[in-house]
Design a protein around this ligand. Structure first.
Ligand code: FES
Ligand code: FES
Length: 169
């Protein structure tokens, strides 16, 4: 027997209220019920990052978040990164740096980069930060570590790192 629950959340600034099977992931709610298809389903197991979205500003793998757990939250997907028709700085940098090939991982990379740059701004250290007391220095090693949850099967990593570095600068 399935259980349904009402979920109310904002998706890219648009409020929505919908009944969902309590087993539904946020990714499936977005893609299958709300036609928000920017977030991609790569593995459905939290291993590839293609489904990354921002949940109240923090990056999450939406395949691992139950839709009911997002009740009351604001979800930002790649569709919501642009501002008034202008691409976000990270989107422009991806284009300038040619930071994609097939593009399947790109929506997740972009959302992850936005969340990651906010984490750096907030002073959060990563696993490779040497000085845990100081402000993180966004070296290429730091960028690679902080973006390591987002896989790119096309291997566009050097250009992704460059795009993130340019945006941070
Ligand atoms: S689809 Fe969510 S991490 Fe791969
Ligand atoms: S651009 Fe093809 S998977 Fe990353």
């Amino acid at each position: 027997m399935t259980e349904n629950a009402q979920v109310g959340l904002g998706v890219n600034g648009r409020p929505c209220r919908i009944a969902v099977d309590t087993r539904t992931s946020l990714l499936d709610l977005l893609r299958e019920r709300l036609d928000v298809t920017g977030p991609k389903k790569g593995c459905d197991h939290g291993q590839c990052g293609a489904c990354t979205v921002l949940l109240d500003g923090r990056r999450v793998n939406s395949c691992l978040v139950l839709a009911v757990a997002a009740d009351g939250a604001e979800v930002t997907t790649v569709e919501g990164l642009a501002d008034g028709g202008e691409p976000a700085p990270i989107q422009s940098a991806f284009v300038e740096c040619d930071a994609f090939q097939c593009g399947y991982c790109t929506p997740g990379q972009l959302c992850s980069a936005v969340g990651m740059l906010d984490e750096v701004k907030a002073g959060w250290p990563s696993a490779v930060t040497e000085d845990l007391a100081g402000a993180p220095d966004l070296t290429d090693e730091e960028i690679r570590e902080r973006m390591s949850g987002n896989l790119c099967r096309c291997g566009a990593y050097p250009n992704i790192v460059e795009a993130v570095r340019r945006t941070a600068e």
